[in-house]
Write a protein that binds this ligand. Structure first.
Ligand code: FAD
Length: 361
């Protein structure tokens, strides 16, 4: 275990939200010697997992605080990607085997949050649960946050309070973009007899329907589909022995025009959100948080927006282009994608390029 450095509470930093973004900001600040106040409106840690994929960039950030070790022990290493046209397999793209570093690890988001919260605690921090931010306004060289019905002054506020950010609304800031008028669905299931269990599997079907199966543990899987019933969307029979949860969600594609407003900086889903295609939202939030924490410790956050806004913008452009192509209803579009995936699977440099595109942020 890495030893904590001597810590201080000056400058006074408030982090709003104990999702992966807020927790990473807390860990990085504490590691660099500043103990922030971290407030979370939930009464306890979330047991609800959305993200699964952890990219190398996130693992590099976690390695600085030692958070990578428990994650590496618990996470699964994806073996590769299988693409199907309906039930028929059209492409098999293996990921590099050990000892090569894993380009993609799988761990339910609540477990990543658990390990970050443990590191934060070890470094001297604490998450204040059941403590919502209820108001926020600018002050000279700082911001005033309303917490528990009282005003508190901070030198910096990191707004990591997700898509429906209270901080963003309290400051009257826009979140330009759009919401998709379509229900997507998610199901977490146990299926010990599912073939090729360590592989991420994608299914492309008629009328622009898509579904993916993501391994969570040896016999536990996450299904995501662009129709209201994830399990029913699969074109193959999945022998499910237990359904852990099933639900629906809508997609928002939005990004703030400016990430910093006075001494309030927005990070993670509070600043940008997009479709889960490509599995990047959480990973970009983690990188936002690490960048911002480093700037706060250096006493100058002016470069944060210019450094981080283009990263999420690129991801939004990439994932929207992919989503439009994958969910296009024309048969020609599906034939083109299927043909392209077959080529990628057969030609090693194209395979490596696809893996890089999927795992670099
Ligand atoms: C189905 C699905 C699958 C996904 N898969 C992936 C994936 O594989 N890889 C990936 O990288 N991303 C994925 N994502 C995206 C990922 O889940 C999000 O990008 C990530 O959760 C964002 O983290 P965050 O900390 O910024 O926000 P959140 O996780 O939303 O956390 C915000 C926190 O702020 C708290 N909060 C809100 N308001 C207040 C307030 N007023 N006061 C105090 N606290 C407050 C909330 O309770 C919450 O705990 C997926 C998303 C979905 C929907």
């Amino acid at each position: 275990m890495k030893r904590a450095r001597p810590t201080r509470t000056d400058p006074r930093v408030l982090i709003v939200g104990a999702g992966p973004t807020g927790l990473t900001a807390g860990v990085e600040l504490a590691r660099l010697g500043i103990i922030p106040r971290l407030i979370e409106k939930r009464e306890m840690a979330s047991g609800f997992s959305r993200a699964v994929g952890l990219l190398p960039a996130s693992m590099e950030i976690f390695a600085r605080s030692g958070t990578d070790a428990p994650i590496l022990t618990e996470a699964i290493r994806f073996r590769g990607i299988l693409f199907h046209r309906d039930a028929r397999r059209v492409a098999r793209i293996p990921l590099p085997d050990p000892p090569a570093p894993p380009p993609l690890l799988g761990l339910p988001q609540d477990r990543t949050e658990h390990h970050l919260a443990e590191t934060f605690r070890r470094l001297g921090g604490a998450v204040d649960h059941a403590t919502p931010l209820t108001g926020l306004r600018h002050a000279d060289d700082g911001a005033i946050a309303e917490i528990d019905g009282q005003d508190h002054r901070f030198d910096h506020v990191i707004a990591a309070d997700g898509v429906h950010s209270t901080a963003r609304m309290a400051l009257g800031l826009d979140f330009p973009g759009f919401d998709l008028d379509q229900d997507w669905s998610i199901a977490d299931v146990e299926a010990p007899d599912w073939p090729d269990p360590g592989w991420f599997q994608g299914f492309l079907m008629d009328q622009g329907r898509i579904a993916v199966v993501v391994p969570l543990e040896a016999a536990r899987f996450r299904i995501i589909a662009d129709t209201p019933d994830a399990l029913a969307a699969l074109p193959v029979d999945m022998p499910v022995t237990r359904m852990h949860r099933a639900g629906r969600f809508t997609l928002s594609i939005r990004q703030m025009a400016q990430y910093t407003h006075g001494r309030v900086a927005f990070a993670g889903d509070a600043a940008h959100c997009h479709s889960p295609i490509g599995g990047r939202g959480m990973n970009i939030g983690i990188a936002d948080a690490a960048d911002l924490a480093a700037r706060i410790t250096q006493g100058d956050i002016s470069g944060y927006h210019a450094a981080r806004h283009p990263v999420a913008k690129r991801t939004i452009d990439l994932t929207e282009a992919a989503r439009r192509r994958l969910t296009a209803t024309g048969a020609l579009s599906r034939m083109t994608i299927t043909g392209a995936l077959r080529m990628v699977a057969l030609i090693p440099p194209l395979r490596r390029r696809l893996i890089r595109t999927l795992t670099d942020i």
